[in-house]
Write a protein that binds this ligand. Structure first.
Ligand code: ADP
Length: 655
């Protein structure tokens, strides 16, 4: 086995690989950019090498810097993780040129699967079923449109070089074809420098089912069952599970064999994933093969009892696969929920900032958290906004789902907006419990999944007031003069607190009756007793005992009750200094990101709704539009600039 490996990645996957390497007594070398100087993966590795500025194009994607780091530290092999250089054939070649083992497939296999259309041609020859569609070289509008017309609408346009859902557009009618094609092409060109397209029949209610395959250099090949990744937003996975629910053994065998045929067709070695669409009638179609470890590999580990990184290391070390197909058995059920720094109520736009407080669920054999961050860390705008992955196991699907809900309730993050509340609503959804799944699940259930029941917080106001009072009390010394509890000689203590929630101010009167408290709020009174230990408040309200977690957040505090997460603060007195001019908020960057298109110049006159600037963060683009006809009086940034969320981008004069 190797003595030392370098991990050409960051975040949770770098930490994940380090964990297995350490168990196998393999030394690890991390690489890090400026933004990651104090990151968890750097702390966990035995050694770490600085590879450049924060932008990944200047660090994690610079092949020469990574190879130099491996040579300098005497690493014998490189694990690429996922994303970054993991599917880059030039990187695999550079490893080979420098006598470093690339922990991944042969270069030829990466190349074969790098183009969606070339991959489809290979699979067609290998007898793997394909989604009906056009994947030829001829790219004229008339040829593409004719293919679409012939297969019938709706169709899906996909960038041949695509990934991450970019350059992908649905077309619902012949009239829309040309305009959708031009949008897909321009997205593909800016993301992949290649605007070739393939046209596929768009399946309206499929499931995404993928197979984990493994092959070694001795010609052995097997699959480690399937994962269902149907719950997606913008064609990207949110919750994954294994095994796939409502899935017969017969179908498993058929699809598993097709997946192995796909891998063997390209002389595969190592870990790979063959992705299929499973249609309502049980037909399945090859979509693509990912030639690396997947984000969602832990659900496979949970049900198979295998460590896939260990398998990767063994295969890279030219050892045979550790087991045969017949040795592998499915045990129970597993879910993975991806915890993202993003705002589901704002079109899932990435968020960033400091993780002020972070509480993870208790970890054990059936609850696992793969993370790359610690409390206090910064989630920077430079990288993918995934914070961590929560993986749970149960004896069957309902047991695993109950565990998922419980663990999500115990996962608490303050300081930055995350998708945890959204995941809780997904996990609690009736149709999800019944496994009524198709890739449009989130869209179909928008109302129930996005309903802002957070707004319903009236019953939590007494808890907030009590917390503020107890928190103030514990921060004061024992002297009656500084007790902070409105102590009055010969009187019970009554305080008036102004608490702000969602921009609304609530006046709450709170009376300290020594063993309990009486709260008056909007004409109602409540009797409570409570104890505050660290960030846990145990309160008995009119005989009902409940416990709450309250963490510090940016502007005050964040209260977590069973199904809600709500920010509140003690109101700041109005000093008359607030800036009431909010009319320009339209020109603020909605998130940290890069200016990818500057569509106007200083002095231009523009029409209402005209696109002015396009900002991109991670995989999403946001267009800043003119709120009315007007003139651009100033542009504060240039094309390619990185801007912080909330930054004013331009000044605009209404005409
Ligand atoms: P990417 O590589 O950009 O992530 P994929 O080809 O893997 O794109 O597809 C991502 C998702 O898009 C799939 O999981 C599925 O939900 C949806 N999708 C892809 N092809 C089709 C299709 N032909 N019909 C319906 N949905 C599709």
């Amino acid at each position: 086995m190797f003595n030392k490996i370098l991990i050409a990645n960051r975040g949770e996957i770098a930490c994940r690989v380090i964990r297995t390497a350490r168990r196998l007594d393999i030394k690890t070398v991390a690489v890090y950019s400026q933004a990651d100087e104090n990151a968890l993966h750097v702390k966990k590795a035995d050694e770490a090498v600085f590879i450049g500025p924060s932008a990944s194009s200047k660090s994690y994607l610079v092949i020469d810097n990574i190879i130099a780091a491996a040579l300098k530290t005497g690493a014998e092999a490189i694990h690429p993780g996922y994303g970054f250089l993991s599917e880059n054939a030039d990187f695999a070649q550079a490893c080979a040129d420098n006598n470093l083992v690339f922990i991944g497939p042969p270069i030829s296999a990466i190349e074969s699967m790098g183009s969606k259309s070339a991959a489809k041609n290979i699979m067609q020859h290998a007898g793997v079923p394909l989604v009906p569609g056009y994947h030829g070289d001829e790219q004229s509008l008339s040829v593409l449109k004719q293919a679409a017309d012939e297969m019938g609408y709706p169709v899906l346009l996909k960038a041949v070089a695509g990934g991450g859902g970019k350059g992908m557009r649905q077309v619902w009618s012949a009239e829309d074809f040309e305009s959708e094609l031009s949008i897909a092409k321009s997205e593909a060109l800016s993301s992949f420098a290649n605007d070739d397209m393939l046209v596929e029949k768009y399946l309206t209610a499929p499931r995404h089912v993928e197979f984990q395959v493994f092959c070694d250099v001795h010609g052995n090949a097997l699959h480690i069952f399937e994962r269902d990744c149907t719950i997606q937003r913008r064609h990207q996975k949110v919750i994954e599970e294994a095994p796939a629910p409502n899935f017969s053994q017969e179908l498993r065998e058929q699809m598993g064999q097709a997946a192995i045929r796909a891998a063997q067709a390209i002389d595969y070695q190592g870990a790979g994933t063959v992705e299929f669409l499973l249609d309502e009638d049980g037909s399945f179609y090859f979509m693509e093969m990912n030639t690396r470890l997947q984000v969602e590999h832990p659900v496979t580990e949970m049900i198979s009892g295998q460590d896939l990184v260990e398998w990767q290391l063994k295969v890279a070390n030219r050892e045979p696969l550790p087991l045969k197909q017949s040795d592998l058995k499915i045990n129970g059920h597993a879910f993975e929920a991806r915890i993202y720094a993003e705002d589901p109520n704002n079109d899932f736009l990435p968020t960033s900032g400091r993780l002020i407080d972070l509480e993870e669920p208790a970890l054990n054999n059936s609850v696992r958290v793969d993370t790359g961050v610690l409390e206090g860390d910064e989630v920077s705008p430079f990288y993918d906004p995934m914070i961590s992955k929560l993986i749970v196991w149960g004896e069957n699907r309902p047991a695993a789902l109950a565990k998922l809900k419980h663990a999500l309730n115990d996962y608490k993050i303050s300081g930055i907006t995350t998708n945890i509340s959204f995941l809780k609503r997904l996990a609690a959804h009736q149709s999800f419990a019944k496994a009524e799944l198709d890739t449009g699940f989130i869209e179909h259930h928008q109302q129930s999944l996005f309903s802002k029941n957070e707004c319903n917080y009236a019953h939590l106001l007494p808890i907030m007031a009590l917390f503020l009072m107890l928190d103030r009390k514990r921060n004061c010394t024992a002297s009656v003069w500084s007790q902070g509890n409105a102590w009055r000689l010969n009187q019970s203590n009554t305080q008036i607190l102004n608490v702000t929630v969602n921009g609304n101010e609530h006046q709450i009167s709170l009376r300290d009756l020594s063993s309990q408290y009486r709260i008056n709020l909007a004409g109602k009174s409540y009797d409570l007793s409570a104890e505050l230990h660290d960030n846990k408040l145990e309160a008995v309200i009119d005989g009902h005992k409940q416990s709450f977690t309250i963490l510090n957040s940016n502007e005050g505090y964040c209260l977590f009750s069973d199904d809600q997460e709500i920010e509140f603060a003690l109101s700041r007195p109005d000093f008359g200094d607030s800036n009431s001019n909010t009319s320009l908020s339209n020109f603020k960057a909605p998130m940290n990101g890069t200016i990818v298109e500057l569509l106007v110049s200083k002095g231009d006159t523009v029409k209402q709704d005209q696109a002015l600037i396009i900002i991109e963060a991670m995989k999403m683009q946001h267009t800043i539009k003119a709120p009315s006809d007007g003139e651009i009086s100033e542009l504060f940034y240039a094309l390619g600039d990185l801007v912080d969320g909330g930054t004013e981008l331009l000044s605009f004069e209404e005409l």
